[in-house]
Design a protein around this ligand. Structure first.
Ligand SMILES: C[S@@+](CC[C@H](N)C(=O)[O-])C[C@H]1O[C@@H](n2cnc3c(N)ncnc32)[C@H](O)[C@@H]1O
Length: 413
C-alpha cells in the first residue's frame, strides 16, 4: 500500500515548485529544486490537472489582467497606461529570468500540458515573443546536442538501419516529434499507432487518388495542396531550359511535371516504391524527354551515379518516412559530389510542420547543418492555403503552419 503521507508530501513539493515558478521567485525555485530529495526530477514536475511544468507556470504567469489597475484611474480614464507598461515590463523581465534559470537547470523545452501545448506554444499563444524565442533557442540547442550524440553513437556502435528508422517520423522527413528519441514533440494522435518507418512504408500498398497518395496506414505520402510549392521550387531550381536535374522521390509526379515544363536536357528520377514506379510506367514517364528512371532507394542509386561521374545543375529531395539523419547524410555526402559547382538544390521543407515551434526550431537546426556542410540557403515564404477538407481520410495532419519556407541552397562562395 502506498504511504499516503509521502504522496501528500510529494504533491506539496510539486505545488511549491510550480508556485515559485509562477511567482518568478528564482531564489526559492533554486532552493526547492536543489533540496528536493523526494522528487526524481524536480525541475520537470507536472501539475496533475493542467499538465503544467514549471516552464509552463512561469510563462503563463506573464499573462496578467490589468483591468483593476486601469479601472483605478480617476473618472474611469486609463491614465495609468505608463504604470501598466511598467508592471508588464517587470513581469516579463522576471519571467525571462525564471525561464532562463529553469532551462539552465535542465527543464525540458517541449513537454506538453493537458492542452497539448509546449511552453513555447503557450508563449506564442499569449503573444510573449521574447519568451517564445527563448524556447525556440532551447529547442535548437537540444536538437543539435541530440544530433551530435547520435553521431557519436553511429561511430561507436553498428546499429542496423531499423534502429535509425524507428526514430523517423511522418511525412517525408524528420524527427518532428518525439520528446524521447529526437527531443521534439510527439503528437498525441500518432503516438499510440504504428510508427512510420521507411521499411514499413516501402512494403505497404499505396492508393493513388486524384488529390493524394496514401500508404496502407492512410498516411498522406503526397497531397495536391503542395502543388504551388512544387511548381515554385522547380522554376527556381531550373530557371532556364537545357539544364540537368535529379529528383529524389516521384510521389504524384507534381514536381517532375514542373521540371519537364522547364525543358531540362536530362531529367533523372530516383524512386524506391514499386507501386510508384509501376504508376510512372503506366503514365509513360520513361518516354518523356530526357527522363531516366532509377528504381530503388537513393541510398543505393546515388553511389552508382557518383561512380559514373554524373553531375547535375539542380537536385531536389522529397522522400517519405526517412529520418533527419538520412537527410543530413544526403546533403553532406551525396549532394556535395553530384551537384555542379554553380548548381542549386532544394528539399521539401516539412520538418516539424505539425507545430509552429517545431518548425521554427528545425529551420534553425537545418540552417546550421547546411552551413556546416558548405551551403548557403535562401528562403522564400509561401502562404499555405487553409487546409481543412484536405485532411478527411488522412491519418494525421502533417501540416499546420501558415507559411511554407521554400529553401534554395548553393555552395558557399
Ligand atoms: C512526398 S513523395 C514525393 C512527392 C513529389 N515531390 C511530388 O511532387 O509529387 C515521396 C516519394 O519518395 C519516395 N521515397 C521514399 N523513400 C525513398 C528513398 N529512400 N529513395 C527514393 N525514393 C524514396 C516515395 O516512394 C514517394 O514516392
Amino acid at each position: 500500500m502506498a504511504d499516503a503521507s509521502v504522496e501528500i508530501h510529494v504533491d506539496i513539493g510539486v505545488q511549491e515548485i510550480l508556485l515559485a515558478a509562477s511567482q518568478h521567485d528564482v531564489p526559492r525555485l533554486r532552493q526547492l529544486i536543489r533540496s528536493s530529495n523526494d522528487l526524481e526530477n524536480p525541475v520537470n514536475v507536472k501539475d496533475p490537472e493542467t499538465g503544467y511544468t514549471p516552464l509552463h507556470a512561469a510563462i503563463a504567469a506573464c499573462e496578467q489582467d490589468f483591468s483593476d489597475l486601469k479601472d483605478s484611474a480617476p473618472n474611469g480614464m486609463h491614465s495609468d497606461a505608463g504604470a501598466v507598461n511598467e508592471v508588464q515590463e517587470r513581469i516579463l523581465h522576471t519571467g525571462r529570468d525564471t525561464v532562463k534559470f529553469l532551462l539552465q537547470e535542465g527543464a525540458i523545452w517541449n513537454d506538453l500540458d493537458e492542452n497539448n501545448e509546449s511552453p513555447g506554444c503557450l508563449a506564442r499563444r499569449l503573444g510573449l515573443t521574447e519568451l517564445y524565442e527563448l524556447m525556440v533557442d532551447a529547442g535548437v540547442r537540444a536538437e543539435l546536442l541530440l544530433s551530435h550524440l547520435e553521431g557519436y553513437q553511429q561511430l561507436s556502435d553498428h546499429d542496423t538501419e531499423e534502429d535509425y528508422e524507428t526514430q523517423a517520423q511522418e511525412k517525408a522527413e524528420v524527427p518532428t516529434s518525439s520528446v524521447t528519441a529526437e527531443g521534439s514533440i510527439e503528437s498525441s494522435d500518432i503516438s499510440a499507432t504504428e510508427p512510420v518507418t521507411s521499411s514499413r512504408y516501402l512494403q505497404s500498398n499505396l492508393t493513388f487518388q486524384f488529390d493524394r497518395l496514401l500508404d496502407e496506414d492512410q498516411n498522406g505520402v503526397m497531397m495536391a495542396w503542395e502543388s504551388e510549392i512544387m511548381t515554385r521550387t522547380a522554376r527556381k531550381l531550373l530557371p532556364s531550359p537545357g539544364l540537368r536535374v535529379l529528383n529524389i522521390g516521384h510521389g504524384m509526379g507534381i514536381v517532375d511535371h514542373s521540371f519537364q515544363e522547364q525543358s531540362p536536357s536530362s531529367h533523372h528520377i530516383v524512386e524506391a516504391h514499386p507501386d510508384v514506379v509501376a504508376e510512372m510506367r503506366r503514365m509513360g514517364w520513361h518516354e518523356k524527354p530526357g527522363v531516366v528512371i532509377h528504381e530503388g532507394k537513393w541510398q543505393e542509386i546515388l553511389p552508382r551515379l557518383i561512380e559514373e561521374n554524373e553531375t547535375f545543375d539542380a537536385i531536389y529531395y522529397d522522400t517519405f518516412a526517412e529520418s533527419y539523419s538520412d537527410f543530413r547524410f544526403f546533403f553532406s555526402e551525396q549532394v556535395i559530389v553530384l551537384l555542379d559547382q554553380t548548381g542549386k538544390w532544394g528539399f521539401f521543407n516539412g520538418m516539424g510542420a505539425d507545430r509552429q515551434i517545431s518548425y521554427d526550431v528545425y529551420q534553425k537546426v537545418v540552417e546550421i547543418d547546411l552551413f556546416e556542410a558548405g551551403y548557403d540557403v535562401e528562403w522564400e515564404d509561401i502562404k499555405v492555403p487553409q487546409l481543412e477538407e484536405e485532411w478527411a481520410g488522412v491519418r494525421r495532419r502533417y501540416w499546420v503552419i501558415d507559411n511554407y519556407r521554400l529553401p534554395i541552397c548553393k555552395y558557399i562562395e
